[in-house]
Design a protein around this ligand. Structure first.
Ligand code: SAM
Length: 253
């Protein structure tokens, strides 16, 4: 079957890499796992064998019969022919895993964030550059919108880098595994308000936080959470973005 570029299809064929991914996923008997984009089932077969309670989310019409033939008879597998961006989680907590189609990785991560009370753990293969952004610390050049949004709710750790040769067809870039574990204590904050603030804060990275947020925030509000108005956005911590969102929201009401 020819890989479909518009569905981000790069299928894993390197058994060593597949084993390493499964080790990071660590599926357990009865655990609720959602796999996004199972493809031909390269990772799926090992998760299924672990007797986890497995839900497969695949959009490609042509792959549904392939998955049904391989896993349709397994009592612990349910196949859902749907767009992962439309997922609404209700029976969690889930572990969400997948070698994600790179073209939907950012909207998918944001969708998962909004449903994070249903998730305790995520293990994804993404473009290496995206993983570096997710896991970056304040002050690092990759620290930005994705880092703040995901680190607000998850502890992030970057794992092995995977070379293009592990896939068929090979992508043009390196990939990397990221593990996101939901924090035991997540600071209470309005997620849409945090998302809007962070988007504006990083609008122009070379500008100061004061200039980027001129229309939304006063100097007094910045200083109230310990931010110097002349700081660049990438030097501001996740806790400061959370606190700033709460100050703005409190003063609105
Ligand atoms: N897991 C397989 C592997 O590692 O070999 C396939 C990974 S491939 C990078 C991405 C998979 O996601 C493909 O099977 C593709 O059809 C599927 N996909 C693409 N867009 C999707 C979407 N919006 N919702 C669900 N699955 C999608």
């Amino acid at each position: 079957m020819k890989a479909k570029k518009h569905l981000g299809q790069n299928f894993l064929h390197d058994e060593g890499v597949i084993n390493n991914i499964v080790k990071i996923i660590r599926p357990k008997v009865g655990e609720k796992i959602i796999e996004i984009g199972p493809g031909h089932g390269a990772i799926t077969q090992y998760i299924q064998a672990s007797e986890a309670d497995l839900h497969l989310i695949e959009l490609d019409n042509d792959l549904i019969p392939v998955l049904t033939e391989k896993f349709g008879a397994a009592a612990n597998v349910q196949i859902h022919h749907m767009d992962a961006l439309q997922l609404k989680l209700t029976q969690g907590p889930y572990k969400v895993v997948g070698n994600l189609p790179y073209n939907i990785s950012t909207p998918l991560l944001i969708n998962m964030l909004y449903q994070s009370s249903q998730i305790n753990n995520m293990v994804f293969m993404l473009q290496k550059e995206v993983v570096q952004r997710i896991c970056a610390a304040p002050g690092e050049k990759n620290f930005g919108r994705l880092s703040v949004m995901l680190q607000h709710q998850f502890d992030c750790s970057a794992h092995l880098v995977i070379k293009p040769e592990a896939f068929n067809p090979p992508p043009k870039i390196d990939s990397q595994i990221v593990q996101l574990t939901r924090k035991e204590e997540v600071t209470k904050v309005s997620l849409p308000a945090l998302e809007a603030l962070v988007k504006q804060a990083f609008q122009q990275r070379r500008k100061t936080i004061r200039n980027n947020l001129k229309k939304q925030v006063t100097v007094t509000q910045l200083e109230a959470v310990g931010i110097d108005p002349s700081q660049r956005p990438e030097t501001i911590t996740v806790a400061q973005f959370e606190a700033l969102t709460n100050v703005i929201e409190a003063e609105k009401s």
